[in-house]
Write a protein that binds this ligand. Structure first.
Ligand code: BGC
Length: 784
């Protein structure tokens, strides 16, 4: 319905205006019946709906209505499948609409600066491009169902320690290149209805009242027209917040800050126009929610099947020596070694059908060891905690696929301390089996909103279990359930490892599908797994002091650092194996030279040379070969997940516009592509690049340098006028510096040293050049 927002705003009293800018309680907005303004509800996300079933005046983390629990953000990101995130977003949207929810608080796209951040399980990636593409998929899917997204936490909320007050000290280039682009891509392309501003400060100012962040970057540069809502309790100075672009405060606070707003308008310190502008945005959102089409019907079984698909695609096969996986479906414990003669149990609904021609593998009698096999660790703690609609366990699902499987719990859930009796039982079970699948990971109390981890270690009880089983069994598959990287001191002794992340309610079925080859693994790491925490670039500056954290590693976050410093990771960004194999060929660029205003089309052929159908994630990285500023060796600028049958070839297309080649230039206050050669590489991970090609780009960025006498001869020499000038004055240097045989080592050393001389020294040292000549050159360089 079309409404005249200006008329509504004009009809409001100042008190009403102020009051409509904050919540009624924890989840609802305030109604105003007099003017037909309805109340509506927002709830968490992001990987399912957390609609509190009890009193909205308090925050009840575990008493929400049952909803489909999808894999949490880290797992969803490992799918590298933006379309799939769209399907998940749409399903969450359907459940939200059915519950009358207007906005779901997600996706959460903060960058994984350190493996220790307590909310990494909720976040997508260490890479801003990947995080941005996935966020776009999720938001478009969610909003297609008439439910708004709230992309969060804007911005640089990369740790839990002191999150509500910490001052993030970061240079603009790092913010622009690493911490903001996921938000930027989503805002520009997917148009989320709301943006949630973070608790922390950036360079001294709280995000909720940061004019640079909200007014300049978000609204002016990216054109965000929606509502900025505070994270719950992120409002500091309400009046400063409104002036900077913070529209809506959550949760409600009983009118305390409404009074601040009224007083500020009355005493002239806050222009009423500014309040009106926020109100218009809030009203627009309110009516958008009110006018959303009726709730579509959804089928919980279909959503569960989607959760299983998402969980399957999120699983990353880290290692698979001697093709231990997939396990033979006919090799349950009732069988003789080498497989049963009977046919396997029928696959459950929603599972993919078995692939013909699958190579027999597996190792006879199988044991599942580890309590997670029965009681999954499927999500993290805090505000994203979903009450799952139903719950699969891996053991039951695997038995449906492969018959009898032995089981031993191995450890007590939530206990760090190993239990000798459970270890002994696990060892005996493993010794009796031909293959042991160990279910280990991080316990619930190690991963939650509100605090960071203190190390990357598995609980002692899980480590002891791995060691105990390895004493008697070498065919070991480790299935990890955790939301962020862990150290793996046992990695060289374990032939197969699956990183299954926190896989949501259908994790059990999904992991069974992968273990028994009903589906080929297609998850890829959206983050680097370092060997040791100390290898991580933020190590010395995470989590900082009590009130301040300095992002001293700058743009060298994640693989950007490991590649630049040649630090060997445990598993690199983008890594993930498959039961198939892929061949890359025929990389072609549609041009060898271009201007930065053109775009480049890249094509590559990918063929499945394995024996099973599988998905491959084709990754594209760009390297600037001749940068004048520090740049990472390569950066992800494209990816595409494709499905290939055995023998099938597909051509993958990428389009790269200027931004794919650009860096943020604080001097230009803009993205700049420098003239020079760029390498485009394509492959299966950041460290498995199969093909490369180069393109030369001509920059159209304005030359904004103002030359003066502090310019070095080396810099001047790079310009045509400067090079000519240096050639002309060179003979005069001999009087001061002596003459050297051209081409000799001494001559080369001398020239290199001279390149560091500022122009002014040519006049002062030896008086070989006049001030007038220098001034003339500077004028020429400045185009005068
Ligand atoms: C979290 C947000 C969440 C909000 C509402 C905050 O503590 O940081 O991510 O959406 O609470 O539960």
């Amino acid at each position: 319905m079309k409404r005249n927002l200006d008329a509504i705003v004009a009809a409001l009293t100042l008190e009403e205006k102020a009051s409509l800018c904050s919540g009624l309680d924890f989840w609802n907005t305030k109604p105003l019946e007099r003017l037909g303004i309805p109340s509506w509800m927002m709830t968490d996300g992001p990987h399912g709906l957390r609609k509190q079933s009890t009193d909205s005046a308090r925050v009840g983390l575990h008493d929400s209505l049952p909803a489909t629990c999808f894999p949490s953000g880290a797992g969803l990101a490992a799918t590298w499948n933006a379309d799939l995130l769209g399907e998940v977003g749409a399903a969450i949207g359907e459940e939200a609409r059915a519950e009358g929810v207007g906005v779901v608080l997600g996706p959460a796209v903060n960058i994984k600066r350190s493996p220790l951040c307590g909310r990494n399980f909720e976040y997508f990636s260490e890479d801003p491009f990947l995080a941005g593409e996935l966020a776009k998929g999720y938001i478009k899917g969610l909003q297609s169902r008439g439910v708004g997204a709230s992309i969060k936490h804007f911005a640089a909320n990369n740790q839990e320690k002191s999150r509500m007050i910490i001052d993030v000290v970061a240079d603009e280039r790092s913010l622009r290149e690493i911490y903001l682009p996921a938000f930027e891509a989503a805002v520009r392309d997917a148009k989320p209805w709301t943006v949630m501003c973070a608790y922390n400060r950036i360079n001294g100012t709280y995000c909720s009242e940061n004019p640079w962040l909200l007014a300049q970057v978000l609204r002016k540069e990216w054109g965000f027209g929606g509502v900025v809502v505070t994270d719950w309790g992120a409002c500091n100075d309400r009046v400063a917040g409104l002036a900077a672009g913070e529209d809506f405060e959550m949760p409600g606070n009983g009118g305390i800050t409404d009074a601040d707003i009224v007083a500020a308008v009355r005493n002239g310190s806050l222009p009423e126009d500014c309040l009106d502008a926020a109100l218009r945005r809030i009203l627009e959102l309110t009516f958008r929610v009110a006018d959303a089409p009726p709730a579509p019907r959804f089928d919980a079984a279909v959503h569960h099947a989607l959760a299983r698909k998402a969980a399957r695609e999120s699983m990353v096969l880290l290692k698979n020596e001697a093709r231990l996986l997939p396990l033979d479906r006919g090799s349950g414990s009732g069988s003789a070694l080498g497989g049963r003669t009977g046919s396997p149990a029928p696959a459950p609904a929603g599972a993919p059908t078995a692939r013909a021609g699958h190579p027999p593998a597996g190792r006879g009698r199988i044991a599942f060891i580890g309590a997670f096999a029965r009681t999954p660790r499927y999500q993290g703690g805090g505000s994203s905690h979903i009450v799952p609609a139903r719950m699969d366990d891996a053991l039951a699902e695997a038995r449906r696929i492969a018959g009898d499987i032995d089981y031993a719990p191995g450890y007590r859930l939530e206990a760090d301390e190993p239990d000798p009796a459970l270890l002994a039982e696990a060892r005996e079970t493993a010794a009796r089996s031909d293959t042991a699948v160990l279910f280990v990971g991080l316990t619930e109390r190690l991963e939650s909103e509100g605090f960071d981890r203190s190390d990357m270690k598995l609980p002692r009880s899980h480590l002891a279990l791995i060691e105990e089983v390895l004493k008697v069994q070498k065919n070991v598959v480790v299935v990890l359930s955790n939301g962020a990287p862990v150290e793996m001191p046992w990695i060289d002794r374990v032939p197969a490892v699956i990183e299954s992340y926190l896989g949501g309610q259908a994790w059990g079925g999904a992991v069974a599908d992968i273990l028994f080859g009903l589906s080929s693994p297609s998850g890829r790491l959206a983050e680097t797994f370092p060997r040791r925490l100390e290898d991580n670039p933020s190590f010395l500056n995470f989590p900082g002091d009590a009130r301040k954290v300095e992002y001293r590693e700058g743009i060298f976050v994640g693989y950007r650092y490991y590649d630049a410093a040649s630090v060997e990771p445990l598993f690199p960004f983008g890594h993930g194996l498959s039961y198939a194999e892929f061949e890359y060929s025929n990389l072609r660029l549609d041009r060898a030279e271009m201007r930065d205003t053109d775009s480049l089309t890249v094509r590559v052929d990918v063929r499945n040379v394995g024996q099973v159908e599988s998905q491959e994630v084709v990754q594209l990285y760009v390297e600037d070969e001749e940068a004048s500023v520090q740049r990472p060796p390569r950066e992800l600028k494209g990816f595409c997940k494709i499905d290939l049958r055995p023998g099938e070839t597909k051509t993958v297309n990428f389009t790269l516009a200027a931004r794919a080649f650009a860096f943020w230039s604080p001097e230009h206050g803009d993205w700049v592509v420098e003239t020079g050669n760029f390498i485009v590489s394509v492959g299966a991970s950041s460290r498995d690049l199969r093909l490369r090609a180069s393109v030369r780009i001509e920059s159209t960025a304005p030359d904004i340098r103002v030359w003066d006498a502090s310019a070095s001869l080396g810099e001047v020499e790079k310009t045509p006028a400067g090079a000519a000038f240096i050639r002309s004055i060179k003979p005069r240097f001999a009087a001061t510096f002596g003459s050297y045989e051209p081409g000799s080592a001494e001559a080369e050393m001398m020239e290199e040293m001279m390149r560091g001389f500022p122009l002014r020294n040519l006049v002062r040292m030896g008086h070989q050049v006049t001030e007038c000549e220098i001034d003339e050159l500077i004028d020429t360089l400045n185009g005068k």
